[in-house]
Design a protein around this ligand. Structure first.
Ligand code: LCS
Length: 393
């Protein structure tokens, strides 16, 4: 169908949909690893690119293609490149944009593995990096070197909820001809479109809000131009970072309700954040919808809403965090985020417990930090659950 001029939710439902011979309302799953050629000449034309034909699912597949078209439409990009996980998307970007002798600048509080893979594995290939507090644009400017070939931001960042100024950093990057990639996982395209703000590449862990049902691990890259698409897609294919058709079909289904899920979770998050901010056992709350967030004004300029991720610090530190985790009844004590169920986790005793004090500090992890991903349950129940868990602390 013609998707020009449709609103976000209409695109989320219809963009990229496959019109099959039977008129299925829902696109079929092309659960196949390979595709028959009509004859040898047809195979040759598909391989040479003279004809648009599917060859092999690692290279392309109609079900995966539908999801790529839909997310690219919602991110206002040239094209989408689906990947087997969010980390496959991150690594496809790193592999394509970095190389021996190259340098990357990243925000200091990226999702842990997005930073640790650069500081660990990629040093083997002679790649260097500077992780800076990119909430201060001058830190990014000072880190630029002649060999800098990628700036990688995540905003809001996981789990610090720090917000970086996409427009300002992209402006600096343009002056130095450095591509910018933004991890848009926390907002999803419903709340923020980094390509419209000057970024060249957007990535998502679609495991989170885009799929939204905690039943798929998946990633996506969207590029602003054909040139970046042509640079990145072959890397995804040759590295085998592709997704599976069933994974794509489930994610496409989840995407259809992205807007209404975020509306609901966000409406509740505003109430939950205020409840926490007024609670005597809570030291501080980081939520872009609260005036107390240091980048409250910036958030309003680049995000269409504050989202459904909240971090807060318990006054009692590590012990209080553990007690609270053991006391929640409805919220799931689990990593991941962006699903329909409320998830809670305490990085200092869970995901980041093995890190040194310095490493925790660098990642913005304090002893009493709790991360909450607000789901779509009744807000009264979410607040009551947190209230009774805080009473145990
Ligand atoms: N980017 C962000 C911002 C993320 O939060 C995650 C995963 C990834 C990339 C990687 O995506 P994946 O490969 O898992 O699809 N974040 C997780 C978290 O906070 N807890 O568990 C996973």
């Amino acid at each position: 169908m013609e998707n020009i001029n449709l609103g976000f939710d209409s695109l989320a439902v219809h963009a990229g949909s496959i019109e099959d011979a039977l008129g299925s309302a829902v696109s079929p799953i092309y659960q196949t690893s390979t595709f028959k050629f009509k004859n040898a000449d047809h195979g040759a034309r598909c391989f040479s690119g003279e004809e648009d034909g599917f060859i092999y699912t690692r290279i392309g597949n109609p079900t995966i293609g539908e999801l790529e078209k839909a997310v690219a439409a919602l991110e206002h990009g040239y094209g989408g490149i689906a990947t087997g996980s969010g980390m496959a998307a991150v690594n496809t970007v790193y592999m394509a944009m970095l190389g021996s002798g190259k340098h990357m600048i990243g925000h200091h509080s990226l999702y842990g593995p997005s930073r640790s893979v650069i500081e660990g594995l990629y040093t083997k290939f002679g790649i260097t990096s500077s992780f800076v507090d990119a909430t201060r644009v001058e830190n990014v400017i000072n880190a630029i070197r002649p060999e800098t070939s990628l700036i990688f931001l995540e905003t809001p960042a996981n789990p610090s909820i720090e917000i970086t100024d996409i427009v300002a950093i992209c402006e600096i990057a343009r002056q130095h001809n450095i591509p910018v990639c933004v991890d848009n996982t926390f907002c999803s395209p419903y709340l923020q479109n980094p390509l419209d703000l000057g970024a060249d590449i957007v990535i998502h862990s679609m495991t989170k809000f885009i799929n939204g049902h905690a039943d798929v691990v998946a990633g996506m890259i969207v590029t602003k131009t054909k040139a970046f698409y042509d640079k990145l897609r072959p890397v995804m294919v040759i590295m085998g970072c592709n997704m599976d058709p069933h994974q794509a079909w489930l994610t496409r289904r989840g995407l259809k309700t992205l807007g209404i899920r975020i509306d609901r979770a966000q409406e509740s998050s505003i109430k939950v954040a205020s409840f926490l901010e007024n609670h005597p056992k809570v030291e501080w709350v980081k939520y872009p919808g609260l005036k107390s967030h240091p980048q409250f004004e910036l958030a309003k300029t680049q995000m269409r809403g504050p989202g459904a991720m909240i971090s807060f610090e318990l006054k009692g530190g590590l012990e209080s965090g553990k007690i609270m985790m053991n006391s929640v009844k409805m919220a799931l004590l689990a990593v991941s985020l962006g699903g329909i169920e409320t998830l809670i986790q305490h990085p200092a005793s869970m995901t980041h417990s093995k890190l040194s004090k310095d490493a925790k500090k660098a990642a913005g992890i304090t002893d009493g930090l709790v991360r909450l991903s607000v789901g779509i349950e009744n807000v009264e129940d979410i607040i009551a659950d947190l209230d009774q868990a805080l009473a145990c602390v």
